[in-house]
Design a protein around this ligand. Sequence first.
Ligand code: FE2
Length: 283
Amino acid sequence: MLDTLTEIQINPLSDVMAAEVVGLDLREAIPPEVQARLDAALATYHVLCFRDQSLSKHEQIEATKQFGTLDVHVQSNRSSDIPLIHIVTNLDENDQPRQTIAAKGSVHWHSDKSYRHAPSHATFLYALEVPDEGGETEFANMLKAFEAFPEERQQELSRLKVVHSWPDSVRRTNNREASDEEKANWPPIAQPLVRTHPVSGRKGLFLGQHASYIDGREPDGRAMIEELEAWSTQPQFRYAHQWRVGDLLMWDNNCLLHRAAAFDGDRYRRLMHRTVTQGQVPY
Ligand SMILES: [Fe+2]
């Protein structure tokens, strides 16, 4: 088994980011030398696609633990019998595909749990059913976007803080007021607008759906966030993952934004299981 595991292939999926990992069964313990290759690949490609996986919920949890400490979820569009697994789907309680449910998906650019003091480190999304068309997961590389700015602009941005706010995010995108419990758990928090990647030390913008305003510059700080997001999500900084059943996608929230692309939610089924690992306070 060890010989088989060490013969994995890591193949780039685009020039911007992402690589596929072929020949690794995540139900097995990952040998240290393979883990070292995967860690290096994640630092280089930011998105790793483990092909041809076959994971129960418990097996996905165990697989995720090999990469970090599991984090809990705060909301789900369909209840999961195992709270550590978030079910991402457009299927209703009768197992029927619904566009109304698909439309509630994560269609805005975001970084998972960026409204928390310590946002998620990595997200793991495992595909059980995928649409024939659409429904890709799109990523934007915030390191490349920042590095493409002139040095003067980089320095100016590096002096700023951005307030990430769950209550403001749900008001803007879900058109509802956060509950008192949500407001108490996730008050607005000022984070560095330019964060340092905890592994590579590279600098990247820290933005997304939950980024509310530039600290000290409200109300026009919102316009600056939108300008920076438009810059960061240009085609040259982007990768769209075309899903295959059995893909387990692992991505690095420290340096990426992501969103789900639209698909015909009344026609196609999309079912995925998500786990996340705890990150550290951005700096
Ligand atoms: Fe997400």
